[in-house]
Write a protein that binds this ligand. Structure first.
Ligand code: NAP
Length: 328
């Protein structure tokens, strides 16, 4: 097999994932522009191999050595047209949030401080403090690596759901650009408790969000983690009413007449798991949704998290679903 000039083989992914898991991929390629995309397309089609596209790897759990090609999406770009901004998938998410505020374009301030790249944002429909990125996406541009064609997905075609989208199940679509539609007028979104009080500008919201995040979350550069390890479960009324009898202090948010969102962190803490550890992995004592890992391998964090899943299921009859993307 002839390897293109910029490709690497038997490549350690340790510095490409915030859990610092040290697994290797058969092949690795940085994608910095159209020329690289062309080479990647030819290589995949000649060799018929598996691919994984990664950004900054801050929401990624690698489970073993990867038999195929890992593509690191570094595509850059930032173009402003009135209240629309078209951004390259490889740009850093938080730098883009900061730039939009400097341009007096509003909407993304509640999503300040989320680690990762712009291309990853639509894939899991990142959300925090009452905002979701899908509220601000006009369209997503991709290269379909099966045929090499550019495709545009409108907001509707992205099929956004809570922490998900069509892109989660379509690994052959490489996101190249995301176009955001922002507002020239600042309309504060402060209905989350933690954003109550005097927040009169988007910059104030950004500062508050960054402060809370720095107090409650672990910095992955110091302690390897992927942010929330589980999604917040959404349960039906019958189970909710049953749980309220046993747990009158149950924390919940009613979504509609039938559905209730329960903070996964509350369940994990209530079941006594906050601050616990297993080998080299554990759960933060600051926030029960943050699992950390000091090992180069995934075993401890998988064992610990699956024990948590079982315990929450036994105790509350609720199935927790993992939030990060697992690749193997
Ligand atoms: P928090 O403010 O203590 O609230 C606990 C949970 O309750 C959150 O997960 C949030 O759900 C939900 N919640 C709070 N206020 C709500 C409201 N007014 N209406 C509906 N649901 C409400 O949560 P936190 O753990 O410190 O996180 C704050 C925000 O940052 C959350 O939105 C969370 O999702 C986000 N975050 C994301 C990650 C990640 O890795 N993806 C990591 C940390 C924090 P939602 O999660 O659905 O918003």
């Amino acid at each position: 097999m002839k390897l293109p000039r910029n490709f690497k083989n038997n490549f350690s992914l340790k510095n490409n994932n915030s859990l610092k898991l040290d697994y290797k991929s058969d092949f690795y390629a940085d994608c910095n522009g159209l020329e690289d995309l062309g080479q990647i397309y030819d290589f995949i089609n000649e060799n018929k191999i598996n691919i994984w596209v990664i950004g900054e790897g801050t929401n990624l759990v690698i489970k073993n050595d990867l038999k195929g090609l890992v593509i690191k999406n570094n595509l850059k770009g930032f173009k402003v047209n009135k209240n629309f901004i078209n951004v390259g998938a490889g740009e850093n998410w938080d730098s883009v949030v900061s730039k939009t505020l400097e341009l007096n374009l509003y909407g993304l301030e509640n999503l300040s401080g989320i680690p990762g790249s712009v291309g990853a944002a639509p894939i899991q429909n990142i959300g925090a403090y009452g905002a979701e990125v899908s509220d601000f996406i006009s369209y997503v541009e991709v290269i379909n690596i099966k045929n090499g064609c550019t495709e545009i997905f409108s907001n509707e075609e992205c099929k956004f759901i809570y922490r998900g989208s069509i892109f989660k199940n379509e690994p052959h679509l490489i996101i190249t650009n995301v176009c955001f539609c922002l507002s020239k007028e600042f309309k504060p979104n402060t209905h989350y408790e933690s954003l109550s009080g005097q927040l009169s500008s988007a910059e104030d919201i950004r500062k508050r969000v960054l402060l809370i995040r720095s107090e409650k979350l672990l910095d992955y550069l110091e302690i390897p983690n992927v942010g929330s390890f589980f999604q917040n479960p959404i349960i039906e009324k019958k189970l909710f009413n049953d749980l309220l009898i046993d747990y009158p202090d149950l924390k919940y948010y009613q979504l509609n007449s039938e559905l209730y969102k329960i903070p996964a962190a509350w369940l994990i803490e209530k079941a006594g798991w906050k601050g616990t550890s297993n080998g080299d992995a554990g759960i933060s004592d600051k926030h029960a949704l943050i699992f950390y890992n000091h090992s180069k391998k995934v075993n401890d964090i998988l064992t610990h998290s699956s024990e948590v899943v079982k315990s929450i299921s036994d105790k509350f009859k609720i199935t927790l679903h993992y939030e990060p993307t697992f690749i193997s």
